[in-house]
Each structure stands twice: as C-alpha cells, then as structure tokens.
Design a protein around this ligand. Sequence first.
Ligand code: GLA
Length: 392
Amino acid sequence: MLQINPNLADLVSDAASSLLARLQSTATITAAAPGRVNLIGEHIDYCDGFVMPFAIDRYIVIAGCANGTSNARIATALGEEIATFDVSRQQQEGEPKWSNYIRGVVRGFQDRGHHIPGFDACILSSVPGGAGLSSSAALECATATFLEGLLDTRLDTKEKALLCQKAEHDFAHVPCGIMDQFASAFGKPNRLVLIDCQSGEPELVPFENPDLTVLIANTMVHHELSDGGYAARRKHTEEGLALLGKSSWRDVTAADVQANWSKLGEPVNRRARHVVGEIARTIDAAAALARNDFEALGPLMAASHDSLRDDFEVSCSELDTMVELARKIGRAGGVIGARMTGGGFGGSTVTLCESRKASEIATTLAAEYKKATGITPQIFASRPSRGAHLVG
Ligand code: GLA
C-alpha cells in the first residue's frame, strides 16, 4: 500500500523530454525544489513560534533554457495551457493562475534589480497539489533556483526563501508564514529544519534513526488556503495579541490567556490557547528529539492535533478520521504519533511510526479510511531530503 516516491533523476529526464516535446527546446538549466511535511508547530510560524518541518523527497522540477526573446514561455508536463509573459516588463498577476507563483518570483528578482532574459521552461511535479505539502512553496523555490541558474547568480538562502514568501503573499494572496519556503530552501538529507520564527533562523537538527518512519497520508480532500480560512486565523491571532497588549506571542503565557479569557472573547480566546500551547509543545518536542526520546513526540503530536481541531478549527472530518485510525492502531501496532500537517482544511496527516511496521500501518490506514469515507487516500513514507538546488 505504500506508494513509491518517484526518483528525482527520472523527474529531471522527464522534464527535459517534455520541454523538447512541448516547446521544442533543449534544457540547459534544471532546478529542483521539494515540498515539506511539518512534524509539529502548526499555525505558529506567523506567531513568532517554533516549527519543525523537513523537506520531503518529492520535488518540483523546472527544466529550461534562455530563448533569445523577451518572453517567458512555460509549459507543464500535465499539458496545461502554456503561460507566456513578457519578462522585460515589471511582472504583474495574470493568467493562467498557476503561473502567478512564477510571475511573483520573477518580480522578486526584478525588484532586486535583475534584468530577466526570455526563457523556455517545463515544469514537472511529484509533490501532490492541494495536499498540505507545500507544492506552491516548492514551485516558488524551484523558480527562484532556476532563475539563479539563468542569471548565473546565487542568492543567500534566507533571502531566497523570503523572496518566495513575498511572491506567495503578493501574487497568490495567501498571507503565509515562513515555514514552507524555509523548509524547501534549507532542507538537507537526514535533517529537520527547526525554525525559530521570531529570530528567523533555521537550525538543522539530525533526524536519521532508521527505526523510525514518517508516513504522509493524503486525505485527498482539499480546500484552498486562499479561500479565506487561513487569513481569518492569522487575523484572529493578531487581534488576540493586541488585546493582550503584547508585542510577541513568545511573551504570552497560558496563564495570561486564561486570565484574559472573556476579554479575548470567542473565538480569539481559543485561537490564543492554541498558539501558546503549540509553541510550548514544539519546544518540548525539540528538547525530546535532542535527547533521542522519540516516544515523547506521541502525546505532543496528539495534543497538537486536538488543539488544531477544537481550538484553532483548521481540521476537517477526513483529517480527524485519518488521525483517529492511526490512534486506533496505537503504540502496540507501531504508531508513535499522528496529527494533521500543514495549513489544514483538508490535506495530509503525518504519522510517526516504527519502520518495521510502516507498510502494515499504511495498508490498514488506507483500507479503513476507504471504508469510513469512500475515498482512496495516497500514503507514502518520506525522509528528510535535499532542499532547492540546481541539478547537474
Ligand atoms: C501553510 C503556510 C505556512 C504555515 C502553515 C500552518 O502551510 O504556508 O506558513 O502557516 O500553513 O502551520
């Protein structure tokens, strides 16, 4: 039942073949950037919290070349409409919608003073879209890396991640935090990207125990983050902080939230309880990992999910079902912890489990989820992988 992750080398050669077939061009530059999964620390990257994602071994690949004109022509291997836009002009939003992630990143480079020459490119992805695994950050980071190759320049990794985040804000209208772009840009094999979102500094934390496996279960249910639920949650947290009279969530305690419960009012009080609790849980999780105490992650992941479901209200019945099923398998069945991952409103769960039982757990989850919802999920294992890079 465990899906096999497509090999990056195969994606790269398929992207080059598609470029030739669709735009009659030969690839001279190829960039790859991964999606991410978050172990714990949800909806607190925009609250000065800590988050603990890693780059997964699923990539967006862009293969292309300069085309000697002032136009970018971009095809996807899925055969969607070819996006064409004049890169000698300052980029604005346009059609097709998926091209806005690329236009936004081109704009970021233009704002740094770069002149972008015309190019042909073809995009291929093994990051499931709408699955809460940051296919949009992967597309932004792959585009930025491709442009580095095209311009023969290198950005500082943090600057590159921030440029990509700005593209998401301005061209996709999702007021996201920094987690996804940092994970995609900074990811390393066998390392978690522990991010202190107050200082904006990532720390690469070892995560290489072969006895542990991270399973990602895509519920196949998808609600757009740009629908407004994400922005509304972010606004609640800003209102809460203002009502508490603090300048950072890092200075707020659980007791502060309790003492101001009615002043904060519904639902801001529950949103605040989530933020403060999730920051504490993520600090505890990082400490547990530092002492190799993986078992301690189980209860922390469980509490994180419950808080996202009840207080932050970003889960949905399918995510809850998948998590419940993992809980039912339980520690005796090899499950250490499970929770929803990413922005929510659909998407995926993350399950930390014993490697020797991973395949059996995936089979049970898939069968029981199908029985409960009628939907066939997509379940795969992932290890921390290399972040955005030029290939070859
Ligand atoms: C989305 C956003 C991230 C983060 C998560 C929730 O993935 O892009 O910045 O806020 O949701 O943790």
